[in-house]
Design a protein around this ligand. Sequence first.
Ligand SMILES: Cc1cc2nc3c(=O)[nH]c(=O)nc-3n(C[C@H](O)[C@H](O)[C@H](O)COP(=O)(O)OP(=O)(O)OC[C@H]3O[C@@H](n4cnc5c(N)ncnc54)[C@H](O)[C@@H]3O)c2cc1C
Length: 423
Amino acid sequence: MPVEPAPLPGLAIIGGGPAGLMAAEVARAAGIEVDLFEAKGSVGRKFLIAGKGGLNLTHGEPRPGFDHRYRERQEAAAGWLDDFGPDALRDWARGLGVETYVGSSGRVFPLDRKAAPLLRGWVRRLREDGVRFHVHHRWLGWTDDNALRFATPDGERRVHAAATVLALGGGSWPQLGSDGAWQPWLLERGVDVAPLVPANCGFDIAWSDHFSSRHAGAPLKPVVAHWREADGEHTLQGECVVTETGIEGSLIYALSAQLRETIARDGEATLTLDLAPGRTLERLQHDLGKPRNSRSVSDHLRRQTGLGGVKVALLYEVLGKDRIGDDALLARTIKRLPLTLRRARPIAEVISSAGGVRLEAMDDALMLARLPGVFCAGEMLDWEAPTGGYLLTACFASGRRAGLGAVEWLRHMQSHSMQAAPM
Ligand SMILES: Cc1cc2nc3c(=O)[nH]c(=O)nc-3n(C[C@H](O)[C@H](O)[C@H](O)COP(=O)(O)OP(=O)(O)OC[C@H]3O[C@@H](n4cnc5c(N)ncnc54)[C@H](O)[C@@H]3O)c2cc1C
């Protein structure tokens, strides 16, 4: 039997990732009673996994360039970052005894590149400040009379909250707790939710067995990607990795939104790679035009262009044995190797997800128009950004915005009930 609904004195926060914890911090600092519910046995599991890659907390890129990383949502994100931007985030970490540094790529990391000390110190401080943590509480939606339903080891528990912040994360790496199960519960209540889709993801390519068995795991660097958008052609230099099923890596992640949208529209996307960014087409044509004599194409390529290994294998994969001997075509293909991307990798294995609660469904304080008193924050909102610390920065900043919004809402409700009370 479910435990009967119990009223909470203040704010219920559901989800103990960076967004939920930050909402808890600001609400508690404003004197609100905070109960934080988390499905897993501990909070911040995805944050800890991010620490395995060095914990790229934010980025040193100056604004407004920073804001542009949030694409269609840059205006909303800029508002969150005005209140709590990359510098404020670094100061906040310093307040927990964690100094940060800007790496050569502009990415910002803690000095020890670990997430655990930061998370441990933060949770300890939140507890000391009076935030009540309820782990092993999996939210199941609402009852008909708007109580929050939780599955707990002791059975279903129901609570009425005066205000709620949902910070349930996106859909990637569901084993860490964020499984996107919340989508139907919000949809049923008329909240506009864009389906969760993979972001910062690899893509499948129909490699031949020969190629994938020999070259999966091989890094491709440096390469320059070319792609077209409505405003013309764009280029980006970076690195990627051949995988058994296709391609991934930071360069691909940076383009994944455009590539995903092209696949959704056209059924496939062509990624064009320059395998020899340091050499012009003219120079390649000239060098490859030199007599090959009895040397193999691979040998000729290595001597004349410096290309070897996986790059040469890619040229064979795309051109086939019949056409690889055509020097002019070979030179053009080195500069513009076309790869056909079939589909994004499944959401469960990618870094982050796009889609989620549409910002149009909420006000500036991140309160849902259809559910007054319910706020949303973090990756469960419909924005996306590349890797580089932009994801965590927006999760912290939107968590803060939602937490402060809930504080205002609770104060507003309190002043209303005092006005309504009989003299
Ligand atoms: C491998 C990996 C590496 C990453 N590295 C970086 C990086 O270096 N830099 C960066 O900026 N970003 C990185 N990210 C992305 C970043 O970790 C996420 O964007 C961020 O953690 C999202 O924060 P959040 O608070 O919105 O959600 P989450 O961190 O996902 O937290 C949501 C919480 O809600 C809980 N929850 C979900 N559903 C329920 C429910 N029904 N009931 C109760 N609780 C629930 C979950 O258990 C979870 O604890 C990485 C992601 C991955 C997978």
